[in-house]
Structures are given as structure tokens and as C-alpha cells.
Design a protein around this ligand. Structure first.
Ligand SMILES: C[S@@+](CC[C@H](N)C(=O)[O-])C[C@H]1O[C@@H](n2cnc3c(N)ncnc32)[C@H](O)[C@@H]1O
Length: 275
């Protein structure tokens, strides 16, 4: 029986993820999301799927008055993140079953994590439960893989390594929750409504295409899909070669598009109409 490795980051994966993909792919959006969060002036912040702490660090820098609780499903990520950003309070947590009292946070924030939650409506309902009156949910999610310059080149590399039958993790999961209408319907079903869904394009920069290939192939759940079928080192080299052909040798840059979602403030508890 196949094991579902879609959401698993273990062993050395957090390090490869953070080192190879952090600066190139995730940091630009972390800066954007933290600035948006700061405008809401939250005091009690819950970060979900915080990973290695790339957004966490920006939140601490941007909102010095906030107490940030950072969580992730995978203990390997929590251990890595808590060493990297010790100013936050770290805890292992599945976003679909949050171990917090209702109404405890002013802001729930999540960078490129929502697409990993198998039951998005259950996760949104949990986020709503832990938000207090006036609180917001703020998250981002990738647009289609065609709008991501690194992802597109990576898929071409995987096609070269597995002609006609490349691993589909990237398309199915990180780039599998791309339709703003679906996002809006899921939020509405969970009792929230988006006040804004904005689509933004930022530029990613990496030291080399090989770095980005190594990050995706060895530092994300794509790794397990490759290892089930072939030698990881050989495939990573093939993918790196194809990405270098497409993006160039030396430092590389690519546009990346994502949707940024902010929900309307949570209303006061039922029956309380005072301002
Ligand atoms: C692409 S990474 C994003 C990490 C981080 N937010 C960042 O911007 O670098 C996705 C993260 O989602 C986490 N994750 C997957 N399923 C989860 C779940 N059900 N609950 C909480 N976190 C989850 C993974 O462990 C991983 O750290």
C-alpha cells in the first residue's frame, strides 16, 4: 500500500527546504504577508504550517508588539523553526484540529500551507473558532504552476527524468488550490467571508537553477514521489540540468504568482450587538 507522504517533511528535508527554497521562493511572499499583517496591528498571532520559520521571522520583525505562536504538523519543521526563530512560541499542531481555546487570537496567518490541508473547510472552521471578535485570517496560496517560473522549469525537468509520466505532487498539492471562487466557497462554508482576494506576482531570485532543483527534489514531499520510482541523486541532476537550460547558468530569477486572502473581521459572539 502506498503511504501518503504528501504532507511529510522529515529528517534533512527542513534544512534543504529552508536553504534552497527559502530565500528564492518563500521569502519574497513572507515580506509581503508580514507587512499586510502589521497593518492589522494584532497582539495575539497564530501562525499555521509555519515550516522552517521564514514568515515567522518576518512577523517578529514587523510586529514587535505581537506574541507569535508558530505551529506546524511536522515535528522536524517545529524543531528546525524553533531553533531558527526562538522569539516565537512553537508547538506541533494539525491545522484541522487546533489545540487552542476559542477566541484566543487576533490574527491567524498561514503562508503556502492551506493547500496541504486535506479538509480545507474543517481547517477554516478551526481557524474561525480560535479567532476573537474583530480577528482576521490572512493567508496566501499559489496560482497555477504555469504562473510560477521556477515551478514550470521544474516540471520540464521532471518530464525529462520521467518522460510522459512525471511526478505530479507540485501540480496536485502546492498548485492545486488556485481558484479564488473555490477559496471563497470554502471560507463561506466555514462561516467566514473574504474581504479581499488579491493576486500578486513577485520575483524569486536564486544563486543557481541547480539550487532550486535541489530544494524542490530533496526538500519537499516531491522527494518521496521520486524515491519511490528512481534514484534521487540522478533525478535531481537531470532536473537541475533542464532547469539550467531553461533559466540560464549563474544567478536566476523568475516571476511567481499567488493569491493573498484576507477575511472580514470576525463578528462579536452571537447576541452581543454592542460595538
Ligand atoms: C510549503 S511549506 C510552507 C512553510 C512555511 N509557511 C513557509 O512559508 O515557508 C508547507 C507546510 O505545511 C505543513 N503542513 C502540511 N500539512 C499540515 C497540516 N495539516 N497542519 C499544519 N501544517 C501542515 C508542512 O509541514 C509544511 O511545513
Amino acid at each position: 500500500m502506498d503511504i501518503d507522504t504528501t504532507s511529510v517533511w522529515a529528517d534533512s528535508m527542513p534544512n534543504a527546504y529552508d536553504r534552497c527554497l527559502g530565500p528564492a521562493v518563500f521569502h519574497p511572499f513572507a515580506v509581503d504577508l508580514a507587512r499586510r499583517a502589521a497593518r492589522l496591528a494584532p497582539v495575539r498571532v497564530l501562525e499555521l504550517a509555519a515550516g522552517s520559520g521564514i514568515l515567522t521571522r518576518e512577523l517578529i520583525a514587523e510586529i514587535s508588539a505581537a506574541a507569535v505562536t508558530a505551529t506546524d504538523l511536522n515535528t522536524a519543521m517545529v524543531e528546525f523553526g524553533s531553533l531558527r526563530v526562538p522569539q516565537a512560541s512553537w508547538q506541533q499542531a494539525d491545522a484541522q484540529h487546533l489545540p487552542y481555546d476559542s477566541g484566543r487570537f487576533d490574527l491567524v496567518i498561514c503562508q503556502f500551507g492551506v493547500m496541504f490541508f486535506p479538509d480545507k473547510r474543517a481547517a477554516f472552521a478551526e481557524m474561525r473558532r480560535v479567532l476573537g471578535p474583530g480577528g482576521h485570517l490572512l493567508f496566501n496560496t499559489w496560482d497555477t504552476i504555469e504562473t510560477h517560473g521556477f515551478g514550470r522549469a521544474l516540471m520540464a525537468g521532471l518530464e525529462r527524468a520521467f518522460p510522459g509520466n512525471p511526478p505530479t505532487f507540485l501540480v496536485r498539492v502546492p498548485h492545486g488550490y488556485t481558484d479564488p471562487r473555490t477559496i471563497e466557497a470554502d471560507l463561506t462554508a466555514a462561516g467566514m467571508s473574504p474581504s479581499v482576494i488579491e493576486t500578486i506576482t513577485l520575483e524569486g531570485r536564486a544563486a543557481s537553477a541547480a539550487d532550486v532543483a535541489t530544494g524542490f527534489c530533496t526538500g519537499t514531499p516531491l522527494r518521496a514521489e521520486i524515491e519511490q520510482r528512481a534514484d534521487l541523486g540522478t533525478v535531481t541532476e537531470l532536473v537541475a540540468a533542464e532547469m539550467t537550460t531553461r533559466l540560464g547558468s549563474g544567478p536566476v530569477a523568475a516571476p511567481m504568482t499567488a493569491h493573498v486572502v484576507l477575511t472580514a473581521p470576525q463578528p462579536p459572539p452571537h447576541g452581543n450587538t454592542s460595538p
